[in-house]
Design a protein around this ligand. Structure first.
Ligand SMILES: [Fe+2]
Ligand SMILES: [Fe+2]
Length: 262
């Protein structure tokens, strides 16, 4: 069933942030929360919160989103893990979601329509992708926009962050660089045009080919300025800090004659 939720944001919410497919990436989530988790920002998730990562890690990401009341739509990974066993995760690691994370995933809507008091009349929708889990691209952007019938669609699924501008005469697409130095890609909303902001992925964004696991991306909309943004960031520092901590712990364990962690 394609459930649609409606969310009306109060005037205190001046900015929308949409997490690109998180896929259990706790580094990416931590990075976006550090940058964007403020009272005036409403954060959403584009779906595919689980998978690629193992069951416990995927579950922990869902737990944080639930705890922080971050609304999400469901993606194909939630749809294809109906029993709580991940359909795609590292083969040697546990695949089961916790009962709580599974229940949270099963409760997600297909689509969220968003209205914001800070931008009256602006119609917004969050949906993982086009029907049948196909990818959004230049060829179907116009029909996707017509089906959703809103000014701005936030989507994910491709893992390739981009902004599509749909004007009467043509569809233009700008793909975001994954280089933090070239971030963000911005587009000012104009009357008579519609937009699709593909948030990419916190976990494994790409630029049309290989996934870049040390980078992450998300979309944002400044409601007062009418400015659409796609941000890319590096997770390298957080990854290196974890590795340094693990080496330190293993060294200490070895000194104390304990078996090091794998
Ligand atoms: Fe997806
Ligand atoms: Fe995905």
């Amino acid at each position: 069933m394609e459930r649609t939720d409606l969310l009306t944001l109060p005037a205190t919410k001046k900015r929308i942030v949409v997490l690109g497919d998180p896929h259990g990436d706790l580094f990416g989530l931590a990075e976006v929360l550090e940058r964007e988790d403020r009272p005036e920002v409403q954060i959403f998730s584009a779906g595919d919160n689980i998978g690629y990562a193992d069951g416990p890690t995927s579950s922990e990401l869902c737990r944080i989103l639930a705890e922080k009341k971050i609304p999400s739509v469901f993606g194909n990974h939630e749809a294809w893990s109906p029993t709580g066993k991940l359909f795609l995760s590292p083969p040697e690691l546990p695949r089961d979601l916790t009962p709580e994370a599974h229940a949270w995933c099963r409760g997600l809507p297909y689509r969220i329509r968003i209205e914001a008091a800070a931008a009256p009349g602006l119609k917004l929708a969050l949906v993982h992708t086009v029907p049948e889990w196909n990818y959004v691209g230049h060829d179907n952007a116009r029909s996707f926009s017509a089906t959703e019938d809103v000014d701005v669609i936030f989507s994910g699924h491709t893992h390739r962050p981009a902004i599509f501008t749909i004007a009467e005469e043509r569809v233009a697409v700008e793909y975001a660089s994954l280089s933090p130095k070239k971030s963000p890609l911005t587009v000012s909303l104009e009357k008579g045009k519609r937009y699709i902001a593909d948030a990419g992925s916190l976990a494994r964004p790409n630029q049309g080919f290989k996934s870049q696991h040390e980078r992450g991306s998300y979309a944002a909309l400044d409601l007062e300025k009418g400015l659409l943004e796609v941000h890319a960031f590096s997770k390298r520092e957080k990854m290196q800090a974890l590795m340094a901590r693990m080496i330190e712990e293993n060294t200490r364990a070895a000194r104390e004659g304990k078996k090091p962690a794998p």
